[in-house]
Design a protein. Structure first.
Length: 133
């Protein structure tokens, strides 16, 4: 297996264990224990959480995430796209399992801005998703 420098990991970093293990976002129980996600599903959950992260959500890194002030009260003509792209890039750069982040499309849908993006892991797992702002 290739060697990867992952800063925060509790499990043995062998194979897909390196993606981690986490409590499922939808709290439920399996065999009288909390439902967890691991391997690729953990990576996908992490990508979804990071994509929807707002500044102030992480108390020890209050500037991590999307700054609501960038788009609240803005119209589509005065929207600061470059600032939003930079904020998303910085969020995904903070995760050691992400090796590539690309915005694939930005469009308006009713009163929301939709950002479609692709994230690639070091094991070449590519996950495509979107966020609405």
């Amino acid at each position: 297996f290739p060697s990867h420098d992952i800063a925060d990991i509790i499990d043995n970093p062998v194979g897909k264990n390196i993606y981690g293990k986490d409590i499922s976002q939808t709290i439920s129980f399996v065999n009288d224990d909390l439902n967890t996600v691991k391997d690729e599903q953990c990576f996908i959950q992490t990508v979804n959480i990071l994509g929807n992260l707002r500044q102030g959500d992480v108390p020890w890194q209050i500037t991590m995430g999307i700054d609501d002030a960038v788009f609240v009260g803005s119209n589509i003509g005065s929207f600061a796209y470059s600032s939003l792209v930079r904020q998303l890039f910085n969020v995904f750069q903070s995760d050691d399992t992400v090796v590539d982040f690309k915005i694939t499309n930005i469009f308006q849908q009713q009163d929301s801005l939709v950002i479609e993006y692709s994230v690639r892991s070091f094991y070449d797992l590519i996950y495509n998703t979107q966020i609405k702002i």
